[in-house]
Design a protein around this ligand. Sequence first.
Ligand code: HPA
Length: 269
Amino acid sequence: MDYKEAVSFIKERIGSLKPEIAIVLGSGLGVLKDEIQNKIILKYEDIPGFPISTVEGHAGELIIGELSGKTIIAMNGRFHYYEGYDIKQTVFPIRVFSLLGIKNIILTNAAGGINLDYKPGDFMVINDHLSFFAESVLRGKNEDEFGVRFPDMSDVYDKEEIKKIKQIIEKHAEVAREGVYAYMKGPCYETPAEIRALRTLGADAVGMSTVPEAIVAKHSGMKIVAVSCVTNMAAGVTNQKLSHEEVKETADRVKVKFKEIIKEYLLKM
Ligand code: HPA
C-alpha cells in the first residue's frame, strides 16, 4: 500500500508539530475532540489513500493538537472490517502513524461484557486478545519497513502502562477491570453459543475493532495501551436483546468519565 502520499500530506498540513501519541477514539469518545487545543483537523476524505468511515456515530477526521500538555494525533472515527474494507485498509492510518514517527498509541472501543462480574459502564484495560476467527491483518508479503515477518505477540499491551491507566480508572470509576478482548468480525453481534465459547476460551469482553490496529501497531514496535468501555452485556448473558442503541446510550452515559481518564493518563505518560 502507498502510505507515503498520506504521510507527506499530513506533514505538510501540520508543519512543525510533532505528534508523539496517537489515540483512536471509539464510540462516545469523540467528545475528546473539544478538549484538544490549537487543533488542525484533516478530513479522511481529503487524505490520500485514507478510507472513509461509514458507521453512524463515527466521524471521519484526524485531529492533531495539544491535550494534557502532549502533542497528539487522534482518529475521530475508525475503520472496521465489517464496513467492507479489505482488512489492510482498516489499519492504513496506523501504518501512517508509524511513518510519522509515533511510538505510543492509545486504542479505545465499546465492547460487550462476557465476564459475569462486569456491568455496562465498566472500563476494562485490555491485557491480551483473541483473534482466532479473523483473517490476519499481516497476511501477504511482509512490509519490512515496519517489522518482521513473524512478530512476537507475547506482550502486545504494555504491562507498565496497564498498571498506570488502571490506577487512573480506579479514581474515576467504581472499579478498574483488566482482561482479554475477543475480536469478532461483526457486524452481527455474537450468538449466545459464541459468547459461551469465548468465555470458555478466556475472553472477558468482545468487540469488532482494536485488535487489527493493535497487531499492526505491535508489528511496527509501538507501545500500546487499550481500553474498552463495556457498553452492554454480551449475547445471552441477560435476557435483553442487543442493539446499537444500547451501545450508544451507555457510551454516551460514561463518555465524560472516559474522557477524563484519557486526559489524566496523557498527563502521566
Ligand atoms: N459484541 C461485539 N461488539 C460489541 C458489543 C458486543 O456485544 N458491544 C459493543 N461492541
